[in-house]
Design a protein around this ligand. Structure first.
Ligand code: BES
Ligand code: MN
Ligand code: ZN
Length: 498
């Protein structure tokens, strides 16, 4: 169960209950207000720093119980050297939360060595603190620490220069935090619980935030000619679904929206081209692209973003069975282009082919971005540090790279070109669904590109970043919710009216 983090903002004061968090640079250098507040404990702090070899370095802290000369029960002195200006406050909030896992009452004297930190810094810190508290243990009947309920309520009061400004900035971040948590949970849920129809119900829930949600069943998809998407799902007893989510927050409801499209393979067994047993359970996360889209739409609607954004997800389960599609099958996609199946495990691109085409034709967006756990090859190329970015538009690619840097959800642009595109030409059909081992992520991107026409488009291959994530200061969950923060930022920076 996720810890509840309640954040309040108050003017600087002298708190006397619970844990107190203060910040310092090298040589225990503190801001004026902090220094004045801990003045009574100055010699105690110097001695403690000496004993603990605490230098005030970034990502280090001294955790002191009942420090002599102070009323606080506990004092956490957190190092932020080097310079204040380079502090990543989301990371810092996560770090502090990680150092205070059971603290119920926390006061944070939010000031750097060089002086007061900004309202947006305070909101970022609160976001990091909250994201660190996310846990997915709803299927454990016994909590790890032996307690009946592993959930802790953290009452965090941030003492800041301008509480009203901090509250304003925080409202935005709270919406984003909810979106990230939704995406994480969808990725973490097991595939027997979260099959396509169940997933569609989560999308449907966005209606209460004012999102127009439309769910298409298989009959409706067949009528539209979505032969590629439907083929992937036909081996499963779980029916496929196709969902669009429209948020109209711009002044003109008619202005062309930004479209975000997600791969939603609720479980990817590989199909007839079955995957090896080891690690196959991870393929419950093969809907992380779709999870990100739902989390993002939640964040945007919740904070009433002044932009028109459409989310589109294709939901299927890739299974084996007498009805399953086969290598050798030739499919006709909604675009009319034909596809020779050479590997039923290259299924995500088939789902996206119809989703992209539908979006281009029906939504007529100003740009399209798709997210997909598309290839194992992107893990070989980039590991878990960057998502692969593929685009037909330099400006769009630059904007995504910039939003990635700003949020820490970083992307790395990969090359494309006609020589790669040729690798997916087929002897029998317009294209085949795999170009073989070489440049696997790039040929997958070229497959998608054949379904986007002239619209500015970007594809994010998130197979390395969305699941099986290494623990960080802001995420200890298997599903990271990757992309929600990046795309929220992308929309906020470039597509929102002010
Ligand atoms: N869902 C997988 C990609 C994947 C692998 C995601 C590892 C996360 C972790 C995708 O559907 C797939 O199976 N891709 C194949 C493509 C190949 C058959 C051309 C792959 O990457 O091996
Ligand atoms: Mn696959
Ligand atoms: Zn897959």
């Amino acid at each position: 169960m996720t810890d509840t983090v309640k954040i309040a903002f108050a003017p600087f004061s002298a708190p006397d209950a619970g844990a107190l968090v203060v910040f310092c640079a090298g040589g225990l250098k503190m801001g004026a207000k902090t220094a004045a507040h801990v003045a009574g404990a100055a010699s105690f702090l110097r001695e403690a720093a000496e004993t603990l070899s605490f230098k005030g370095k970034w990502s280090s802290a001294m955790d002191l119980v009942r420090p002599a000369g102070l009323t606080a029960e506990r004092l956490l002195v957190v190092g932020v050297e080097p310079k204040d200006g380079e502090v990543d406050f989301v990371h810092l909030g996560g770090y502090v939360a990680g150092r205070l896992p059971k603290a119920k009452v926390v006061h944070v004297l939010f000031e750097g060595a060089e002086g007061e930190w900004s309202a947006s810094a305070a909101a970022d810190f609160a976001l990091g603190f909250r994201l660190r508290g996310y846990k997915f243990d709803k299927y454990k009947t016994k909590k790890s620490d032996g307690e009946e309920n592993g959930k802790t309520v953290h009452d965090v009061t941030m003492l800041v220069a301008d509480p009203d400004a901090a509250r304003g900035a925080h409202a935005h971040r709270e919406s984003v935090a909810e979106g990230v948590e939704i995406a994480r949970t969808l990725v973490n849920e097991p595939p027997n619980v979260l099959y396509p129809e169940a997933f569609a119900d989560h999308a449907k829930a966005l209606e209460k935030l004012g999102v127009d949600v439309e769910v298409l069943d298989e009959k409706a998809m067949a009528k539209l000619g979505m032969g590629a998407l439907l083929a992937v799902g036909q081996g499963s007893t779980r029916a496929s679904r196709f969902v669009s989510m429209r948020w109209k927050g711009a002044k003109s409801k008619k202005s062309a929206p930004v479209a975000i499209i997600g791969k939603g393979v609720c479980f990817d067994s590989g199909g007839v081209s079955i995957k090896p047993a080891a690690g196959m359970e991870d393929m419950k996360g093969d809907m992380a692209g779709a999870a990100c889209v739902v989390g993002l739409m939640h964040a945007l609607a919740r904070r009433k973003a002044k932009a028109n954004v459409v989310g589109v997800i294709g939901l299927v389960e890739n299974m084996l069975g007498p009805e399953a599609y086969r290598p050798g099958d030739i499919l006709t996609s909604m675009s009319g282009q034909t596809i020779e199946v050479v590997n039923t495990d290259a299924e995500g691109r088939l789902v996206l082919a119809d989703a992209l085409w539908w979006t281009k034709e029906t939504v007529k967006p100003k740009l399209m971005i798709n997210l997909a756990t598309l290839t194992g090859a992107i893990l070989v190329a980039l590991g878990v540090e960057n998502a692969g970015l593929f685009s037909n538009d330099d400006e769009l690619a630059a904007r995504l790279s910039q939003a990635g840097k700003a949020t820490g959800e970083t992307v790395w642009r990969m090359p494309m070109g006609p020589a790669y595109d040729k690798l997916i030409d087929s002897k029998f059909a317009d294209m085949k669904n795999s170009g073989g081992r070489h440049a696997g992520s790039i040929t997958a991107a070229h497959f998608l590109k054949r379904f986007v026409g002239d619209i500015p488009w970007a594809h994010l291959d998130i197979a390395g970043t969305a699941m099986a994530s290494p623990a960080t200061e802001t995420n200890t969950s298997w599903g990271s919710g990757w992309g929600v923060r990046l795309l929220d930022r992308f929309v906020a920076d470039h597509y929102e009216e002010r």
